[in-house]
Design a protein around this ligand. Structure first.
Ligand SMILES: *Cc1c(COP(=O)(O)O)cnc(C)c1O
Length: 236
């Protein structure tokens, strides 16, 4: 297989997996957004996936995102860029003009910067990242802080709070992720009720990666972030 064939086949496999998981859980495929996580992958790889119909791409590093998004091969394309990496507040200003969605908002300093830098005329979609596993070294807000941070985000005119995001502790067995996905769904339901959120405010759940995206869909994911199953292993 050529590199292009392998990306197209990976993408098709993931699309099939999404159809399967939706069928198992009585959900519609239209409810799921697939983000192709393209960190460390080339502009050409992204173009291959785009030409196969993929519109959403996820990047973890501000500099890499900016270089790729402004490349001649990709700059004019209607790609939706998702920033999903560890977010330093000083990078927020650079990311906002490029990213349609920031998946990894998790602290006050980043929210301060969003309040300063976003434009109500061109709002940015945001997910609050929650550390459902309680791992000390992981990014993400503690579940106990989620309500306060969501209240802040909802008040910023240039921000649309779309939902919650999580990265569970990595374990080989995809079933091991299920309790964390359930926890995120319950937290979302509770926060929506407490904040009186309606429509698509705080309605989304961004959860599930290569190993566990089917389980995530069974538990209500609206966004899955898949890299390896589409592009193959990463060599940073
Ligand atoms: C790298 C990454 C992914 C994709 O991981 P795969 O296991 O390769 O699918 C998804 N989400 C985040 C936040 C990541 O950093």
């Amino acid at each position: 297989m050529t590199r292009e064939e392998s990306i197209r086949s990976g993408l098709n496999d993931v699309r099939d997996g999404i159809v399967l998981a939706c069928g198992q859980s009585g959900r519609s495929v239209d409810e799921i957004t697939l983000i192709a996580v393209s960190k460390f992958m080339s502009v050409q790889d992204i173009e291959t996936a785009f030409n196969a119909g993929q519109l959403h791409f996820g990047e973890n590093y501000a500099q890499e995102l900016l270089v790729k998004a402004s490349s001649p091969q990709l700059a004019g394309k209607p790609i939706r860029w998702h920033f999903q990496g560890g977010l330093q507040s000083r990078k927020v200003r650079d990311i906002i003009p490029v990213a349609s969605t920031i998946q990894s908002v998790d602290r006050d300093s980043v929210i301060d910067e969003l309040a300063r830098r976003t434009d109500p005329a061109a709002p940015v979609d945001v997910f609050l990242e929650v550390n459902t596993g309680g791992e000390a070294q992981k990014s993400g807000a503690a579940p106990a802080n989620a309500e306060r941070l969501c209240r802040r985000l909802i008040q910023i005119p240039g921000v649309r709070l779309k939902g919650l995001m999580t990265i569970p502790p990595f374990l080989e067995d995809p079933e091991a992720s299920r309790p964390y996905f359930v926890a995120l769904r319950r937290l979302r339901d509770e926060l929506r009720a407490r904040l009186g959120a309606s429509g698509d405010v705080l309605a989304g759940l961004s959860m599930g990666m290569t190993s566990d995206y089917k389980v995530a869909i069974q538990e209500g994911a609206t966004v899955v972030r898949v890299g390896t199953a589409i592009f193959g292993a990463r060599t940073p």
